[in-house]
Design a binder for this molecule. Structure first.
Ligand code: NZQ
Ligand code: ZN
Length: 384
């Protein structure tokens, strides 16, 4: 096992009715900016519940943070934060709203060009404290310190991370996910699954506990995914999916082990250029990464085949291929298409995607840093 430091200070308030508790978690004299997206939290009553819980606080609202939150929109919120001297941010929504709010928190205290926080990983020394009320289990943003922001004018999608933007608390109320459209439920399942794979499916690192945590999340996801599309109002299913999403990317399963993240980096470029949902890009790219990297990932692929998909028969090559096929089929079964052509993307886009990877310095991806631009091209071609 590799050395590590693990510190996750986010307090989780899990379960139905927990929004009522948030008034106690935010300082009484704080000026709060509630941030949200395109209106789903208004329609499903979450925003009203939040406002009731904060009846004794001074609150402002900022609406309109879009999926794949844009720098352009977020800078408008930064102006409000400065003008109103906001001292607490509460994100109500999915990963985009939470990520966007993390950027607002950092940019409002940043001197200089705010885009540098993303483009140059400019150091942050201060941020406004933030918390979240999660409505879409997928990203883990509710319990981590990362954010991914898109600059629409340049078609760039870049990330930053800092302990100062880790949510102070997050409310996970599974009933708030009942209103999710099937497409977003499916995206969330794929995103959670791939977060686990990025941290688990590399090479053995004498970390059996992390492996079994990871396999536990994958197996739970496979079981619950089969139920959620049939029983969308089943509290137990929603609760399990929500906790899987958080546990997949709150740092726990990734401690002391090598990590990959090539699928995510290539996927972000597809979203930046073509606007696909994050989960869709992962469903397209992961099977190809596993195929191209099967020699490097051989031992873990065999372990994954046996423990997650119960594949025991046949040659090693056969078992690996079967595990990759099962992975693709799983994504398709939950409703996420796994080919670039399913989204109208053709060979013509590949040079542009490779150029974007090059521009952003993503020229040595994966746990061995062996995925150069040539191999990324191969991965994209296999994904057509
Ligand atoms: O905007 P509204 O109206 O709220 O609608 C949203 C949005 O259209 C809707 N939605 C959310 N909760 C709902 C709901 N609709 C009905 N009922 C509800 N309860 O769902 C749509 C998608 O929301 P979004 O927040 O974009 O989805 P997700 O949570 O999948 O977040 C994706 C973003 O997170 C980033 C992705 O790159 C992408 O930008 N990621 C963040 C990570 C992190 N911070 O650690 C890691 C991930 O790998 C990922 O990159
Ligand atoms: Zn993701």
């Amino acid at each position: 096992m590799l050395n590590f430091i693990f510190h996750n200070p986010t307090k989780i308030l899990f379960g139905a009715g927990q929004i009522a508790e948030i008034g106690k978690e935010i300082p009484k004299n704080a000026k709060v900016l509630i941030t949200y997206g395109g209106g789903s939290v208004k329609n499903n009553g979450t925003l009203d519940e939040v406002k009731t819980a904060l009846a004794e606080h001074t609150c402002f609202e900022f609406a309109g943070i879009e999926p794949n939150p844009s720098y352009e929109t977020l800078m408008k919120a930064v102006a409000i934060v400065k003008a109103q001297q906001i001292d607490f941010l509460l994100a109500v929504g999915g990963g985009s709203v939470i990520d966007g709010t993390k950027f607002i928190a950092a940019a409002a205290k940043f001197t200089g060009e705010s885009w540098d926080i993303l483009a140059k990983h400019a150091p942050i020394s201060e941020a406004i404290p933030l918390a979240s009320v999660l409505t879409l289990p997928a990203t883990g943003s509710e319990m981590n310190s990362n954010a991914v922001i898109t600059r629409q004018s340049t078609h760039e999608k870049l990330y930053f991370g800092h302990p100062l933007v880790q949510p102070v608390f997050s409310v996970l109320d599974p009933t708030k996910t009942y209103s999710l459209p099937p497409r977003q439920v499916a995206n969330g399942i794929v995103d959670t699954f791939v977060h686990v794979m990025e941290q688990y499916l590399t090479y053995p690192a004498d970390a059996p506990l992390q492996d079994r945590f990871a396999e536990g999340i994958l197996l739970t996801l496979i079981e619950e995914a089969a139920k959620v599309l049939q029983q969308p109002q089943d509290y137990a299913v929603r609760a399990n999916l929500m906790w899987c999403g958080t546990m997949a990317l709150n740092g726990l399963i990734g401690v002391g082990v090598p990590q990959d993240w090539a699928t995510h980096m290539i996927g972000h470029e597809i979203t930046a250029l073509h606007g696909l949902d994050h989960g869709q890009t992962l469903a397209i790219i992961l099977p190809s990464v596993l195929t191209v990297q099967q020699a490097e990932k051989r031992e873990k692929l065999l372990q994954y085949a046996e423990r997650v998909w119960h594949i025991q028969e046949g040659t090693e090559e056969h078992r690996i291929q079967k595990a990759i096929d099962k992975t693709r089929n799983f994504f398709e079964q939950v409703g996420v298409k796994t080919r670039l052509r399913d989204y109208g993307i053709t060979q013509e886009s590949i040079p542009k995607l490779i150029q974007q990877l090059k521009n952003h310095g993503f020229v040595a991806l994966g746990e061995h840093q062996n995925i150069d631009l040539h191999l990324s091209q191969r991965i994209l071609e296999l994904s057509l």
